[in-house]
Design a protein around this ligand. Structure first.
Ligand code: G3P
Ligand code: CA
Length: 357
């Protein structure tokens, strides 16, 4: 991790825990949705806690409101992490979901945020039962600007240089609804001083068409040149859709990214890729017989960084080929040679990097 050493002259070991210098590894840690293993995802407290764990980057998933404001939410729906169904029962669409884009910022600010849940037999069931309890304390949906200001403020008070890792969520959906979310995200990043390749930000999206548009049209028009990351999915996840001539949404075909030449094409637009873990280490691996897919080598050959998602230590989330969470980190950082990981538990990954420096 590349960080500021505030007092190199006096020796880093003499510094207090909050000002201790970071290790000098090139491997990075991205706090996925903040310290989301400990506090409700994407809330400012989860981001402040993540900050204190000293990752290299803190992630923001960004969606747009009815009145064109940017808020930090993983889904473009509000119903998995808020009480929207209780406060605005008549505002669901036909599919039963409550879309952030149908609500003003003032309305979204009325909502309480909780640890994520699913509805089963009419009841709320916590997604990760061992995590922070549902509906305890008081959390809100932050705007993108509020979060940037907090991270920049902490960079000032604590002296680190922790970066942003925003994801433009479902740009295909926003644009279909008449909203240019990518332009809005770039505008805010520019306002806060993120304009250059070496600005401390990676901008990510699952939507390759939009990544290309950002690279070829939006950034040049705005005099910006940020690092871009292409997130990778499988076609049948329906993560990215494209509208056909009849206006029907069809899944975007990701197959080409996994074929010969896929990384070469991506390398023309992206500085990095964000694959799902099994795209890097095959699930056919066993303890002592780790099978790499070759994706890291192919991406590195095109000078792209590789930051797979998502590293979780919850029950059932450690692949059978790993002994435990740390072993999983070791396999990815050292055997697979990835450049960074997205994790809900940034403290453990930061400690792992420090100890294996
Ligand atoms: O953006 C990297 C990772 O966060 C992708 O997964 O669904 O948590 O946004 P998701
Ligand atoms: Ca994300």
């Amino acid at each position: 991790m590349k960080k500021l050493c505030l007092a190199a002259a006096v020796g880093c070991a003499l510094l207090s825990p909050l000002t201790v210098a970071q290790t000098d590894s090139d491997k990075i840690v991205v706090a996925h949705r903040g310290a989301s293993g400990y506090l409700p995802e994407h809330t400012l407290p989860a981001k402040a806690m993540a900050y204190a764990m000293k990752p290299d980057f803190i992630e923001q998933d960004v969606v747009m409101t009815k009145d064109d404001q940017l808020v930090v939410l993983h889904d473009h729906y509000l119903d998995r992490v808020t009480n929207v169904a209780q406060l605005f029962p008549d505002r669901a669409r036909d599919d039963g979901r409550y879309y952030a884009i149908d609500f003003t910022l003032a309305e979204i600010k009325q909502l309480s945020v909780t640890e994520g849940f699913n509805i089963k037999d009419g009841k709320q069931v916590q997604g990760f039962p061992e995590r922070y309890p549902m509906w305890k304390s008081d959390f809100k949906v932050p705007t993108f600007q509020q979060e940037i200001e907090m991270i920049q403020g902490l960079n000032k008070t604590l002296g680190y240089d922790i970066g942003l890792y925003p994801e433009i969520k479902a740009p295909w959906f926003h644009r279909h609804e008449g909203k240019d979310i990518s332009k809005a995200v770039l505008k805010v990043l520019k306002e806060y001083g993120y304009t250059e390749k070496d600005s401390n930000v990676y901008l990510q999206t699952f939507d390759f068409n939009e990544l290309k548009r950002i690279h070829d049209e939006l950034m040049p028009a705005m005099d910006m040149d940020l690092k871009l990351v292409q997130l990778m999915a499988y076609t049948d996840w329906n993560e990215t859709m494209v509208y056909d001539a009849k206006g029907k949404a069809q899944p975007y075909d990701y197959d080409w990214m996994f074929e010969k030449g896929g990384m070469k094409t991506l390398g023309k637009y992206a500085d990095g890729i964000g694959p799902w873990k099994p795209m890097v280490v095959s699930d056919a691996s066993t303890k002592g017989n780790i099978k790499l897919t070759g994706l890291v080598k192919a991406a590195h050959a095109e000078s792209m960084a590789v930051h797979p998602y998502t590293f979780r230590k919850d029950e059932g989330r450690i692949p059978a080929y790993a002994e435990n969470f740390e072993d999983m980190l070791d396999i990815f950082y050292n055997t697979a040679n990835v450049d960074g990981v997205f994790t809900d538990f940034p403290d453990i990954a930061v400690e792992f990097i420090s100890e294996h420096e």
